[in-house]
Design a binder for this molecule. Structure first.
Ligand code: ADP
Length: 469
């Protein structure tokens, strides 16, 4: 489980809990307040007030009608028992109820109040106009209002709205949590990879690289890690090479010293033997001595090469016009290889390297001599210079047979070769010198079908310029 991802999720939950709770509380109290001001309670209160007012009015009207009915001047509508068959229904109902008197509402919507009173002759009915107030309609409206209030209360609006609000807030919160988990996973996974890559690298897994392709900070961190890993790998290889070179140089110095000590007495002894030889055998001895001396001279040349290989030339870094160095070397070497065609593709921006002039000239001489040897009199050589992002590139291409598999394997390692030309030390000296200038030599893609070498040197002004390895 990714700890970073979990932390991001916990941070989200912690940072949103408070606002969500606050929003819920505010919404719920607003709801409470608006429900408190709600029409239902108003309606409830109003209907109660109107009902009690109407009741008082009704009682008052009843009292007035009863009082009026006691006044002998007040005329009643009489329903004699003899005509009971023609009585209207309310009168009949009253008569059948056996009560002494009864108030009923009559007229349109109950806008009249009737008092029916039982007499010995039948029923007397007194009527009073309620001044346009329809008591029956009014009471049915009260009833409806009461029912409405009851129904609204039964529905428990507050609980329903609170529940909806809680569900809504929880829904929004959960919906925003899902993309957060996805984003947290996307952020934490490459960081985990990066951490694993760094841990692996620290444990010695120099080949470990991370999958690039993201266009954000994490992607840039991955690119930086891969670049750093490449750079460290290159630096480690260079360091290993220079360390090997130091031990090879030590060996070469000792070997040269020992050989030199033996070669001089061998040559002197052979010459002495020849001088003391009787005249009859002299011709044979002269020939034998010639062979020995020639081999000794070859060995002496090799000893000089070993000494040169073991030497530590002073490294004086300076600004170097690479195009000028190329022009100088080509004009110097061209006459020695008359048939070979030389062409240059030089960067017009005049790349300037920070390197030791003698070392760069030595490197270029070695590469050009090898190229001329490989290309032969009818062959061609191409020299390219280019200012690149990470330094000045100098390439030498030839149309020769290319590198043999044996040579390719041990190209930059010093070898003791007994072939006629060459000592087998040129490329290792060239690489050591390039490394001393803070650059390197590698084999590159051939443009003329033969071999191709690429020298990288720090550019004047580039970040790591002037810091020889
Ligand atoms: P040498 O003094 O023998 O030339 P180098 O170190 O310069 O030593 O070269 C080592 C070997 O690399 C050469 O013997 C040759 O086999 C191979 N080599 C170098 N340059 C070229 C080239 N341009 N084409 C083919 N082979 C090459």
């Amino acid at each position: 489980m990714s700890r970073l991802r979990n932390r991001l999720i916990v941070a989200f939950v912690a940072s949103t809990m408070l606002p969500v709770a606050a929003a819920g509380w505010v919404a719920s109290s607003l709801l409470d307040r608006s429900l408190g001001y709600g029409a239902t309670d108003e309606l409830d209160r109003l209907s109660h007030t109107l009902e009690s007012t109407a009741r008082q009015f009704y009682q008052l009207e009843r009292e007035t009608l009863r009082r009026d009915s006691s006044n002998p001047a007040q005329l009643a509508t009489r329903f004699p028992s003899a005509e009971s068959a023609a009585w209207p229904d309310p009168v009949r109902g009253f008569w059948d109820s056996g009560e002494l008197e009864q108030f009923v509402l009559s007229g349109t919507g109950g806008d009249h109040l009737d008092l029916m009173r039982r007499t010995t002759a039948g029923v007397d009915l007194y009527r009073r106009d309620l001044g346009g107030i329809r008591m029956a309609a009014l009471s049915s409206e009260f009833r409806e209002a009461r029912e409405l209030v009851g129904a609204t209360r039964a529905r428990d609006l507050r609980r329903g709205l609170t529940l909806t609000l809680v569900l809504l807030i929880a829904g929004v919160w959960v919906v925003s949590l899902v993309p957060l988990i996805f984003i947290a996973h996307r952020i934490s996974r490459p960081i985990q990879q990066l951490t694993a890559g760094l841990a692996g690298f620290a444990a010695g897994d120099w080949d470990r690289r991370l999958k690039p392709g993201r266009n954000d900070e994490v992607g840039r961190a991955i690119d930086a890690f891969n670049r750093m890993a490449d750079q460290l790998r290159r630096n480690r290889d260079r360091l290993v090479y220079l360390t090997q070179m130091t031990s090879w140089q030590l060996l070469a110095r000792k070997t040269a010293h020992e050989l030199k000590n033996s070669l001089t007495p061998i040559r002197l002894t052979v010459e002495e033997m020849l001088a003391r030889q009787p005249a009859a055998d002299r011709a044979f001895m002269a020939q034998a001595a010639q062979i020995v001396v020639s081999e000794v001279e070859t060995l002496e040349r090799r000893v000089r090469a070993f000494s040169e290989f073991a030497s530590e030339p002073p490294v004086q870094i300076e600004r170097l016009d690479i195009n000028a160095v190329v022009a100088d070397r080509v004009s110097l070497l061209r006459p020695a290889h008359a048939g070979t065609s030389y062409s240059c593709r030089l960067d017009e921006r005049q790349p300037t390297a920070l390197a030791a002039a003698d070392l760069v000239k030595g490197i270029l001489t070695n590469l050009l001599e090898n190229a001329a040897d490989a290309a032969g009199p009818a062959g061609s050589i191409l020299i390219v210079t280019r200012l690149e992002a990470d330094g000045v590139a100098l390439e030498v291409h030839d149309s020769g047979p290319g590198l043999s598999p044996d040579a390719a394997d041990t190209l930059f390692e010093p070898t003791i070769t007994f072939k006629k030309h060459g000592m087998g030390l040129g490329l290792s000296i060239a690489r050591k010198n390039a490394l001393l200038c803070g650059g390197d030599i590698t084999v590159t893609t051939a443009a003329l079908g033969g071999a191709a070498f690429r020298v990288m040197l720090p550019a004047a002004g580039s970040a790591d310029a002037g810091t020889p390895a």
